[in-house]
Design a protein around this ligand. Structure first.
Ligand code: PMP
Length: 407
């Protein structure tokens, strides 16, 4: 299917902006994507017509707001093919989803247990596990990177033991754009009886996800990276596992009965959704899923693959450019540096910004990867469905200027 990119672009008001007198070229989608008009309008309409607190109101507005919120949950259930809508827990984002799981495991794991993560994780899939291991005495192990910067999966068999309780890995690396072999990781972890948590922050916007086929135990992602509002995200968990775990936050919405002595908890998903949720954000995320579905996530995937391949091809024209994990399968992002001594990624980013081109520079909240390459940071170009090859050409022209100025 060929995409009408101009029609898609026309739905994103911000793309008409100028930055430093130039048309905006937004290549920082890995940090956050722009929002289509349908998402912006959905937020407005919610506050203009339906605003009320959910789940406990007998009045019409409360019931309408509840219906919209629960419809959104079902849209997300379908988007990742979860078996039940109550397996979809709303969070503030990927970070909160991971912290939710790590916190509820505090009283479940012991000093005898082990958690495996990888050297290619975002800090939000490292620090919560370090904290959990500090509190429980459990041991944290890492799947290392090869010299090229891809996961050395040959080490997994030695790392997995009967003590492994959980394996956590991102489906796509935010820092390098590399696609990780999660299928084999899930299969091997399950053979040892361990649960697997997939950080889908960088895959949910770009790749079809089927949690039942994938057979992961938990999966987390953020709305704001997939055309939705900030402050809203999703934790998927298998029903039986979520039922077996204790709650995270205590408060309203998550209880069945409270006495002065003790409380009993609500059923899923409410057990994990204490307090008034981000109702507008949830409904806005539903609109973002509708937007993605209106194009088709597989179509988005295939189109963005063309953009990434084209970017790698154009960057390869320059002997001054080092592309990280160049030969690995990429999705949504490419990371590189100029090979000049003393030149920092931010120098490149600043020159590009003068030309209206937004890229991300620095360690991308993934310092262990930077330590692996012995560099302070990289320049990352990351894509969304509204980007074009013409924009990549503009970015490459900007890079030529940077090479001239910094070389
Ligand atoms: N994991 C990955 C792979 C990410 O790219 C990000 C965001 N850069 C996060 C986790 C954290 O997401 P958030 O800040 O939306 O919680």
């Amino acid at each position: 299917m060929s995409l009408d990119i101009q029609h898609i672009r026309s739905q994103f008001p911000i793309l008409n902006r100028e930055v430093n007198g130039q048309s905006l070229v937004y290549l920082d989608n890995g940090a956050t994507s722009q929002k289509p008009k349908v998402v912006l309008d959905t937020l407005d309409t919610y506050y203009e017509k339906y605003n009320a607190n959910v789940h406990r109101g007998i009045h019409t507005l409360s019931q309408e707001a509840t219906d919209l919120m629960e419809e959104s949950r079902r849209k997300i259930q379908a988007f990742i093919n979860a078996k039940h809508d109550h397996e979809i827990i709303f969070t503030r984002g990927t970070t909160e989803g991971i912290n939710l799981v790590s916190n509820v495991l505090r009283n479940v794991l012991t000093a005898e247990d082990e958690i495996i993560i990888t050297e290619i994780e975002h800090h939000s899939n490292i620090v919560p596990w370090q904290l959990l291991c500090e509190r429980t005495g459990a041991k944290l192990k890492y799947i290392p990177l090869t010299k090229e910067g891809i996961l050395d999966i040959t080490k997994l068999d030695d790392l997995l033991t009967d003590k492994t309780k959980l394996v956590c890995v991102n489906q796509v690396s935010n820092a390098l754009g590399v696609v990780n072999p999660i299928e084999i990781i899930i299969q091997k972890a399950h053979e040892k009886g361990a649960w697997v948590l997939i950080d889908a922050a960088q895959s949910a916007p770009h790749t079809p996800i089927d949690v039942q086929k994938m057979d992961c135990d938990f999966l987390v992602f953020s709305g704001h990276k997939m055309y939705g509002p900030t402050g809203i995200g999703v934790l998927y968990g298998k029903e039986d596992i979520l039922n077996a775990l204790p709650p995270f936050h205590g408060g309203g919405e998550m209880i069945k009965d409270v006495t002065m002595e003790k409380s009993t908890y609500a059923c899923l998903p409410f057990k994990f959704e204490a307090g008034t949720p981000d109702i507008a954000g949830i409904i806005g995320l539903g609109a973002a899923v509708d937007f993605i579905n209106s194009i088709g996530i597989q179509t988005i995937h295939d189109y963005e693959k063309e953009l990434v391949d084209y970017t790698i091809q154009r960057l390869s024209e320059f002997e001054e450019v080092e592309i990280y994990a160049k030969d690995a399968e990429h999705s949504g992002a490419v990371s590189f540096n100029l090979k000049f001594d003393g030149v920092h990624s931010s120098d490149v980013g600043m020159i590009l910004d003068k030309k209206g081109i937004a890229v991300r520079t620095g360690h991308h909240c993934a310092q262990p990867i930077m330590q692996h390459f012995n560099i302070p940071g990289t320049v990352r170009a990351s894509f969304a469905v509204y980007n074009t090859k013409a924009e990549i050409d503009t970015f490459i022209d900007g890079l030529k200027t940077a090479i001239r100025m910094l070389g």
